[in-house]
Ligand binder design. Structure first.
Ligand SMILES: Cc1cc2nc3c(=O)[nH]c(=O)nc-3n(C[C@H](O)[C@H](O)[C@H](O)COP(=O)(O)OP(=O)(O)OC[C@H]3O[C@@H](n4cnc5c(N)ncnc54)[C@H](O)[C@@H]3O)c2cc1C
Length: 356
């Protein structure tokens, strides 16, 4: 008998887990409160990288995650990661050099680039510094399209994806046995909670505390333009990338600007900076802004595993979920279906003291 698994949440994390579980032979049902594809996911800047997030074990997890996206692209041809590389100079020069030296010692493939080389890569940029670092391994994707492609691929393997299906609480006896929905209880051998910023309240329904924060991040989306940028560009106070449909998406950094009280004014000022920075973007204009909330365990690192050793229950909640999804979906499916836990996950158990 295949293992019956409920996945709560259809963002990029739940979608990846659903696909890996279905591929592993599980009988999968995805329950999504809203529209398929996620909340944080659809509002993400969607940079795939190992450039952000010390310490070293987290760097190693992110490096593996990049490799897992390449593997997943081979398995699901509809996925389209743009391995465009990233230019980084968003630290003062001395800090940037120290950062690069540490990363090189870890084997991170950064290369030093001169002003001329920056302009060769991004001829439309103004105000470029004397040097920066280029990280060839980095990429970007269209996050909503990606989680929807993962869900479609999971459905093709037999997974059921039910949108407009909020889970009210988890059902628990001496183990978690399923979930309560508007249509009654659905039973499962395993319940995987990948509900983003709502993960904590679902775990709380069975008496499990997992401390989360959900910082807001604003991104400004320009009107579509012909190709002006070739890759990701991380400058002080302005991170920019151009989407597949030609919009330049800007935040004060990849995590999005703090929208504070006046989101419209902040978005307008970001668009103004974009137009000053990119030749050809003058007069392009802001099309819309997005504000997303990042599911972030209290210490800033991923939480993945069985909380409190509770049988029948598993969770994945993380910032940088776009970077990590291909790896975390795979690791969760392996642990749930075979009991094997990847050693890279050792520091990221949900039971660590910082989260309880
Ligand atoms: C502005 C911004 C910029 C970012 N930039 C980057 C970046 O550059 N690189 C990067 O790697 N990451 C980035 N992130 C983080 C990344 O987007 C998230 O970590 C990732 O999208 C989380 O995916 P998720 O599937 O866990 O959550 P979500 O996408 O939020 O999905 C969770 C889903 O669960 C559903 N749900 C919740 N409660 C229930 C319930 N009770 N029943 C049923 N369904 C439920 C929700 O409706 C939602 O669809 C950024 C995020 C933001 C907001």
């Amino acid at each position: 008998m295949p293992k019956r698994v409920i996945v709560i949440g259809s963002g990029i994390i739940g979608a990846s887990a659903a696909w890996h579980l279905a591929k592993g032979g599980a009988d999968v049902t995805v329950l999504e409160a809203g529209e398929p594809g996620g909340l944080a996911t659809r509002n993400s800047w969607a940079w795939i990288n190992a450039s952000w997030g010390n310490p070293e074990p987290y760097f190693r997890l992110r490096q593996r995650a990049i490799a897992e996206w390449h593997r997943l692209e081979g398995e699901i041809p509809a996925l389209a990661v743009n391995w465009c590389g990233g230019l980084i100079w968003d630290l003062p020069p001395a800090e940037l050099d120290a950062y690069a030296a540490q990363r090189e010692a870890w084997g991170h493939p950064l290369s030093f680039v001169t002003r001329a080389e920056i302009l060769a890569r991004e001829p439309n940029l103004r105000d470029v510094p004397d040097h920066a670092f280029h990280v060839a391994e980095e990429g970007m994707l269209e996050p909503l399209a990606t989680s929807q492609a993962l869900l479609a691929a999971a459905s093709a393997l037999g997974a059921e994806v039910l949108s407009g299906s909020p889970v009210k609480w988890l059902e628990r006896g001496d183990r978690v046995t399923g979930v309560m929905t508007d249509d009654g209880v659905i039973h499962a051998d395993e319940t995987l909670v990948a509900a983003g910023v709502h993960t904590d309240s679902l775990l709380d329904s069975v008496g499990i505390t997992l401390k989360l924060t959900s910082p807001a991040g604003l991104l400004a989306h320009s009107k579509p333009a012909p190709k002006l940028l070739n890759g990701l560009v991380m400058t002080p106070g302005l991170h920019i990338r151009q989407t597949a449909e030609g919009r330049i998406v800007a935040g004060t950094d990849f995590a999005g600007a703090d929208p504070d009280n006046d989101a419209e004014a902040l978005a307008a000022s970001l668009q103004h900076k974009v137009e000053a920075m990119v030749t050809g973007a003058e007069g392009l204009g802001l099309d819309f802004l997005t504000v997303g909330h990042r599911p972030t365990p209290a210490d800033g690192f991923p939480a993945i595993g069985r909380p409190r050793g509770c049988e029948g229950l598993y969770t994945i909640v993380t910032h940088s979920g776009v970077t990590l999804a291909a790896a975390l979906g795979r690791f969760a499916a392996e642990e749930l279906l075979t009991g094997r836990r990847d050693a890279l996950l050792d520091p990221f158990h949900p039971d660590r003291p910082a989260l309880s």
